[in-house]
Design a protein around this ligand. Structure first.
Ligand code: T5A
Length: 216
């Protein structure tokens, strides 16, 4: 398919708790954009480069040693610095559309909300690592933690998935607050069957694309 000529790429992220359907719906968005002729790069956090994927393994591995919230946050941002500078920014500069499974909203939700780190630290690190680069659109998939965990019950649990329900309740509360306060975030009820969720995801994307077309 002929590549659409765009002034600049767009940055779209999927957010939400464990097992809410981020990866599944990211594929759907990628397919829709590709069908419309956009050049799409699908990536994820933590990860997206060889170094950042190694940091992801360190972060997700279950271990006896207690990981401090600050150490965890610095690891997340180390991976993000590499990812943003070597993958995300070059792709956007090249006019590509970047679809990312999680970004800094996850750090507010998990490290500030879940772990109790001061949000100001996340804000400072975000300013340092990616400055004014925020997603153009964020789709937040909302569902009770127990439902998401039930969907991934057949997988081996990583270090985060081994957390207690109260941790995920705090994560969800921060996500919902950000969905209310950040204009780029669209909240979608992900507790429903996949067909309904995907329909809302596609509708939110359509609305966003209409806005892009108007501004072109
Ligand atoms: N983390 C990450 C931080 O702490 N701070 C950070 O800054 C960042 C970036 C990464 C971990 O790192 C932490 C958070 C995470 O714990 P991850 O792999 O990116 O982990 O995130 P997970 O949420 O663990 O990814 P999952 O693959 O488990 O969840 P998804 O992607 O939300 O769910 P998905 O699409 O794989 O779907 C799970 C299953 O549910 C089904 C799917 O078919 C699949 O089988 N499903 C549905 N079933 C019924 N109804 C629906 N509506 C469904 N939607 C999907």
């Amino acid at each position: 398919m002929k590549r659409r000529v765009e002034q600049r790429g767009r940055f779209i992220t999927l957010e939400g708790g464990e097992g809410v359907g981020k990866t599944t719906n990211l594929r759907l968005i990628g397919d829709i954009l590709a069908r419309r002729g956009y050049d799409v790069l699908v990536t994820r956090e933590p990860g997206g480069t060889p170094l950042a994927e190694e940091i992801r393994e360190v972060l997700l591995a279950r271990r006896d040693e207690q990981v401090t919230p600050l150490a965890e946050t610095l690891l997340v941002f180390a991976a993000r610095a590499q990812h943003v500078q070597t993958v995300i920014e070059p792709a956007l500069a090249d006019g590509r559309w970047v679809l990312c499974d999680r970004f800094t909203d996850s750090t507010f939700a998990y490290q500030a909300g879940g772990r109790g780190l001061a949000p100001a630290i996340v804000e400072q690190l975000a300013a340092w690592v990616h400055d004014a680069r925020w997603p153009d659109l964020t789709l937040y998939l909302d569902a009770p933690a127990a439902l998401g965990m039930a969907r991934i019950a057949d997988r081996d649990q990583d270090r985060f998935e081994g957390e207690r329900t109260a941790f995920f309740d705090r994560v969800r509360a921060v996500y919902r607050e950000r969905a209310r306060s950040e204009g780029r975030v669209v909240e979608i009820d992900a507790s429903r069957p996949l067909a309904y969720v995907s329909e809302d995801v596609a509708a939110a994307l359509d609305l966003f694309l209409a806005g892009v077309a108007c501004s072109a």
